[in-house]
Design a protein around this ligand. Structure first.
Ligand code: WQD
Length: 336
């Protein structure tokens, strides 16, 4: 049985990926510093799968603790989610983002190399397409960034690419996520941000709960069908299944391979609001405000490479994403 180390495994995408890994027959070890998640998530994963996972409360910035995990477990591959991910916060705290995301990844790679574990699936982001590429985004487009968070993703992809050049035994798949939303259909795990959510759907969920008064729509003057921002929303369970396919691909293929994980379809802010209203049976009041700094009009994936290399495509639609998000929110009004 293959053992997979999941860094950031108690987080939103990490926890959903752990569930799919366990149900596919993998052994899972989680490393998480709990800076943006709770240890109770480990129990939720066990409640869903009936299987316990080994959990290490550890920080990738602590190289010795990271190495110890490889000493105590024979890790076959790593799925690397751990990292800070708030765009706005990264502008205010660039040093924390560079140290945590890049420094943490460098320590992880050192520990992997010393343990002769050379297979990694990296949690990258469509944010690496920057503002100069045209939608739909394809993997050979140049990468760039407009904020420190985005630069950490661009730089970590470069570091991992360089590892595969310096040592031909390394297998790296950089999964470029579009906009992950929704929750496991059990409602036991889901998106559980600390404080006021930055992202659209968790914010709408709080409005639906009555905890926030209305949704601010950040601009309705974009060159899009209804003037509001268009994004490629993907169900977190589809995304998690994409990681299993990427692990299998990495087991058979050396080298560096970026792959988009999206649906290929764009939905506007107002289309998501309408889908959420249908899912929760409530009205979501909106107030149109000026655009949010750094936002682009449209972002959605060209998805043929994932289909070709991984045999994977997203299957769940925006209605199911909103229904599962609302189901989790109703069952966890105070979060997990
Ligand atoms: C989606 C749309 C907003 C909130 C970011 C990161 C990306 C990834 C996902 C980490 C946009 C609009 C939002 C609100 C709104 N994160 N919006 N009111 O900005 O596409 O992507 O999160 O990996 O890397 O860049 O996601 O959910 O913040 O915004 O009108 O209160 O909703 O303008 O059009 P985004 P988002």
């Amino acid at each position: 049985m293959q053992t997979i180390l999941v860094t950031g495994g108690t987080g939103f995408i990490g926890s959903h990926t752990c569930v799919e890994l366990i149900q596919a027959g993998y052994d899972v070890v989680i490393l998480d510093n709990l800076s943006n998640s709770k240890e109770s998530c480990v129990d939720r994963i066990k409640e869903i799968t009936g299987v316990g996972v080994k959990f290490y409360k550890a920080d990738l910035l602590d190289l010795e603790s990271t190495k110890r995990i490889f000493d105590e477990n024979k890790i076959d591959s790593v799925i690397h989610f751990a990292g800070l991910k708030a765009v706005g916060e990264s502008v205010e705290k660039p040093l924390e983002y560079y140290e945590n995301n890049i420094g943490g990844t460098i320590n992880l790679i050192k520990a992997m190399r010393d343990a002769n574990c050379k297979s990694i699936v990296f949690s990258s982001s469509a944010t690496v397409y920057g503002v100069n590429n045209k939608v739909p985004y394809t993997e050979e487009m140049t990468t760039s960034a407009t904020n420190p968070y985005g630069y950490t993703k661009v730089m970590i992809e470069q570091i991992l690419n360089d590892m595969t050049v310096s040592d031909k035994d390394w297998s790296v798949v950089a999964l470029r996520y579009f906009n992950p939303i929704g929750a496991h259909e059990s409602g036991l795990i889901g998106e559980n941000p600390n404080g006021i959510p930055n992202n659209l759907v968790p914010y709408i969920a709080q409005v639906a709960l009555g905890k926030l008064e209305h949704l601010r729509v950040f601009g309705d003057d974009y060159e899009t069908p209804d003037g509001t921002g268009v994004r490629d929303y993907i169900h977190v369970t589809d995304l998690a299944k994409g990681h299993l396919a990427a692990l299998e691909y990495a087991a058979e293929n050396k080298g560096f391979q970026p792959i988009n994980l999206g649906t290929g379809n764009g939905s506007s802010v107002m289309e998501v609001v309408k889908a959420y209203e249908k899912a929760c049976g409530k009205n979501i009041p909106v107030v149109v405000t000026p655009r949010r700094a750094g936002d682009i009009a449209e972002s959605y994936a060209e998805t043929s490479l994932a289909k070709k290399l991984l045999g994977w495509e997203a299957k769940l639609d925006i209605s199911k994403m909103c229904e599962d998000s609302w189901n989790f929110t109703m069952k966890n009004p105070e979060g997990m």
